[in-house]
Ligand binder design. Sequence first.
Ligand SMILES: Nc1ncnc2c1ncn2[C@@H]1O[C@H](COP(=O)(O)OP(=O)(O)OP(=O)(O)O)[C@@H](O)[C@H]1O
Ligand SMILES: [Mg+2]
Length: 381
Amino acid sequence: MSKIQLQQISKQFGETQVLKAVNLDIDDGEFLTLVGPSGCGKSTLLRIIAGLEMQTSGNVLIGDSLMNTVRASNRDLAMVFQSYALYPHLTVRQNMATPLLLRDLTLWQRLPLLGRLASGHSSAMALINSLVDDTAATLKINHLLDRKPGQLSGGQRQRAALGRAMVRQPVAFLMDEPLSNLDAALRVHMRAELAELHQKLKTTFVYVTHDQAEALTMSDRMAVMMDGHILQLGPPAEVYGNPLDRRVAEFVGSPKINLFSAEVDSAGRVMSAGVPFRRRLSVLKNTAGLSVGLRPEHLQISTCAVEGESWPLRIVYKENLGSDFFLHGTINGSSDRVVVRAAPSMVSEISIGDDVFVQAEEGAAMAFGQDLRRLAFAEGQ
Ligand SMILES: Nc1ncnc2c1ncn2[C@@H]1O[C@H](COP(=O)(O)OP(=O)(O)OP(=O)(O)O)[C@@H](O)[C@H]1O
Ligand SMILES: [Mg+2]
């Protein structure tokens, strides 16, 4: 069993508390992503799992064993970094074989020339070579095994680094922004490859990124971290569709969710920029700084007003993505931009400077209170 449990993990660097009593259970074989803005503590948490950093308090368990005092090299985890950390003077084959040589050969067998004379050397080497070949086949890099890292492209280097992590068949892979050195197109391609690799290996992946799109596309579950806390943990569709905190709603999704400041009356009716929402809030607490969030795909554009249901929108920018348009506009001269997704056929007649109307899709609005936590609308209204 290779489930990983983090219990009440805190980490302090001097005066700064970087992680604040983080609890997280990572299932065996799961692809879990730690995602959040720069400096929120993702790498620190990953390094604590790896044993490269010691937590100030709390427990790390792998399987059911307490790992707090177990050295990194004995945790049976493989770490893949942003900088691939390949040895430049060794070929890909030698780079991939290194972890196995260190693990499986005796000190005597590892000696440069004399080692070959040691008993068991050739059978151990044959086993290592066949493991390297199998791993290279999985990653489709067999043809690169005799090259040195300097003779590889970024994506090929990334695969070689993955190969080196894979040969040991670790209980889990820990990856810290492994794709961030690649150009945009290759990053998207490697996302799919990594997800496929995970399907094939069925090993636990813990993946750190600040890129919400990576987290959304690859993970079984994502943990959105901010300021040393996990704000929300769940499958990508749930985190995107049902954010429990305004910071999560804003962080996940591109373009960002639109946030409207809103007021609420004593009956729980919510109103923003003169337009009431149909549903009422079920609990009237924390509503002083109320805001309502609507994702760009949950707003509909039209050229005529619907009484009491639509806001006037002045178009300031049309963003053409080919399959879709994002229309940027302002409501009643406010400086806040509202972004609406629309099909190309809907926007062909709309130009910058035009005044149109925008309406919320029924049931799509999400309310957030002063403490940034989600507020529930009453059901059935
Ligand atoms: N060895 C250290 N000594 C002091 N402070 C540190 C140390 N390592 C990290 N920090 C601080 O801890 C905080 C969290 O750092 P961490 O590297 O975990 O962030 P991150 O979420 O991985 O960010 P990024 O997306 O930029 O990589 C930061 O404010 C950082 O400056
Ligand atoms: Mg980091």
